[in-house]
Write a protein that binds this ligand. Structure first.
Ligand SMILES: O=C(CO)[C@H](O)[C@H](O)COP(=O)(O)O
Length: 227
């Protein structure tokens, strides 16, 4: 996985995106180490008097937002003005997400937002998406989805937990297949095929959802506007 970026670069990206948060906004709070910098920056702004409500995308982002004093809401109660989220790989405006197995909720929140800012460090950038695609599956559909992925010339690998025997279980009680398709020449077509596979809850291809990409470096931030 592409996790090699420096913390300074991740922080620069996260803090740059947090500057887009305005008083009165509902903000989608992404998951991962880069989005966490945005959440901390929003928390500092809340301390200083900014009036915002956060919609978390995972157990992890909910806990961090609570620690940072950000008031929270569910999507049932709020519509998202701005979402800020990380990515495992970025090619143009297309992303692979789900390194933290949070992509199902991330996709719901990010896709619902009026504006979606991706925060990344330079190690995430690619010309063509080639990162294995995390696919969240119903536990009883693990084998049938794996067969469908193989039929699409993918190589599925059940994600295993680092500090528990057995598989990673998502916040939604499901399993994750990391599916290596090599270079993905047509992300929209693959996204469609995965979405129509019975038992797939959500896949980590985010095609055409991003409005902006903020790439942090040790020296600053470059902003790509895709709208
Ligand atoms: O999709 C994600 C979680 O499901 C994360 O946003 C992605 O894995 C990037 O994480 P990081 O900023 O720690 O590299």
């Amino acid at each position: 996985m592409k996790q090699g970026g420096s913390d300074a670069a991740k922080r620069a990206a996260g803090e740059s995106a947090a500057e887009a948060v305005e008083d009165g906004m509902v903000v989608g709070l992404g998951t991962g180490s880069t989005a966490a910098h945005a959440i901390r920056a929003i928390g500092r702004a809340v301390d200083a008097g900014l009036d915002v409500v956060g919609v978390p995308t995972s157990f992890q982002s909910r806990e961090l937002a609570r620690d940072c004093g950000i008031p929270l809401a569910d999507l049932d109660d709020a519509s998202v003005d701005l979402a800020i989220d990380g990515a495992d790989e970025v090619a143009g405006g297309d992303l692979v997400k789900g390194g933290g197995a949070a992509h199902a909720r991330e996709k719901v929140v990010d896709a619902s937002a009026d504006r979606f800012i991706v925060v990344a460090d330079p190690t995430k950038e690619a010309d063509v998406l080639a990162h294995p695609v995390p696919v969240e599956v119903l536990p009883m559909a693990r084998s049938t989805v794996a067969e469908a992925v193989e039929a699409l010339d993918g190589d599925p690998d059940l994600r295993r937990a680092a500090r528990k025997d057995g598989p990673v279980v998502t916040d939604n009680g499901n399993l994750v297949l990391d599916c290596d398709f090599g270079a993905i020449e047509d992300p929209a077509a693959l996204a469609g095929r995965l979405s129509e596979t019975p038992g797939v809850v959500a896949h980590g291809l985010f095609v055409g959802l991003a409005d902006e990409v903020h790439v942090g470096t040790d020296d600053g931030v470059s902003v790509r506007d895709l709208r």
